[in-house]
Ligand binder design. Structure first.
Ligand SMILES: [Zn+2]
Length: 394
């Protein structure tokens, strides 16, 4: 059985997909391992320990993930990377350090947006972990360019998700995934337990006005994962994850996909930008008396299938002026999940605010199963269906 886990990391991202091949294959999306978690401060979940419980070790007893995907290089999506993960050639792996508990986690294959090829601008300086991520991604791309047959070993493998401007990714065909492309290769192997559709970052737009708007905030990787419950039940859970994509991105995505929004459909959605109002609206939540929701952005985020579960990876959400997370955005997402007969979760509120724990959804052939007893199962809500089960892509 496959499962998908969201770790409580405050306003940040950290989620793990384990596939139905006996949970052998793991895909980690972003990390935000804060000092409070490392120091085991009261009330803060030790997310590294929880992650280590869920991932495997190789023949040399080294913990690993098959894939680490960084949706975008903001601090709240890569904090702790250098401290807890091995970066650099596997020949330089330090297996003497610590007592086995502290051995660094190996990343067999790295998935990155083409942002690594851009120069950091003054207003967009990268944090130390993001710089190290870029360095590691570039090291792997160089390995690819220098390899004779384009084949990379585990620990050197890399995928670039989306084309860069000015042809910088033109010669990287074999490790490049283009927008709207559906792919199945995980850590160098075709994997029958999963299928990915790349939705963003959007590639360069012909329209100059659109290009200008997108250039500033188009950088988050957006993927629709189609996860199998087992080898006879593919496409059991469509999981849409989208980093910190803001309202303009969702408006353009709706414009592109409105006639056939299949690639925006989901059984499980990690809401963009920690339940920020700015993924749904151009208005300020705190300063505007009557902030309006963009109907196009909301439509893009409303492609919920029967019983869809919506997760906010954020601090707990209060009825106040805060943003993110924003109570107004939560109400919008709750209305979407209610209409689909589903449910809404916040990572820092599960199972309660005092002691948040990883939020794990088992993927059965009926879809993602909520962990809390209170929630209704997908079978129970089947009578109030609003959308039908999609076919596999292609
Ligand atoms: Zn963020």
């Amino acid at each position: 059985m496959a499962d998908i886990t969201f770790f409580p990391v405050g306003n940040g991202g950290m989620s793990l997909i384990r596939l139905s091949d006996g949970n052998k294959t793991s895909i980690l999306i972003d990390v935000n391992i804060r000092t409070a978690a490392d120091d085991n401060e009261e009330g803060t979940c030790d997310v590294t320990k929880e992650l280590r419980k869920k991932i495997r070790k190789d023949d040399n007893e080294r913990p690993y993930v098959d894939v680490f995907l960084l949706t975008h290089p903001d601090k709240d999506h890569c904090t702790g990377l250098t401290k807890h993960f091995h970066l650099g050639s596997l020949d330089e792996y330090d297996d003497e350090s610590g007592d086995g508990e502290d051995l660094k986690i190996i990343i067999k294959e790295l998935w990155s947006s083409p942002m690594i090829f851009r120069r950091a601008s003054k207003n967009n300086a990268l944090c130390a972990d993001a710089k190290e991520f870029n360095k590691e991604a570039k090291r792997r791309v160089k390995q690819f360019e220098e390899s004779k047959d384009g084949k990379l070993e585990e620990g050197d493998r890399v995928k670039i998700l989306g084309e860069d401007v000015d042809g910088k990714t033109d010669k990287l065909e074999e490790i490049l995934v283009k927008v709207d492309e559906v792919f199945q290769k995980v850590n160098g192997q075709e994997n029958e337990h999963i299928e990915m559709c790349l939705i963003g970052p959007l590639s360069k737009q012909e329209d100059e006005e659109r290009e200008n708007v997108l250039n500033s905030n188009r950088s988050s990787v957006i993927i629709q994962f189609s996860v199998a419950a087992d080898k006879n039940n593919k496409n059991s859970c469509l999981f849409l994850t989208c980093g910190d994509a803001k309202v303009t991105i969702w408006e353009y995505l709706w414009d592109i996909h409105k006639n056939n929004p299949k690639s925006l459909e989901y059984d499980l959605l990690q809401v963009p930008h920690h339940c920020s109002w700015h993924s749904l609206s151009h208005d300020s939540w705190a300063e505007n008396h009557d902030p309006k929701v963009s109907s196009d952005a909301k439509n893009a985020l409303s492609q919920a299938l029967n019983g869809a579960i919506i997760v906010s990876s954020s601090d707990s959400i209060k009825d106040d002026d805060n943003d993110p997370p924003c109570i107004g955005a939560k109400r919008e997402y709750e209305s979407i999940s209610e209409e689909a007969g589903g449910s809404f979760y916040c990572t820092e509120e599960y199972p309660d605010e005092e002691k948040p724990m990883p939020l794990e959804f088992k993927i059965t052939k009926e879809g993602p199963q909520p962990p809390a007893k209170k929630s209704r199962s997908r079978l129970e809500i089947a009578g109030i269906a609003t959308a039908s089960r999609p076919q596999l892509h292609g």
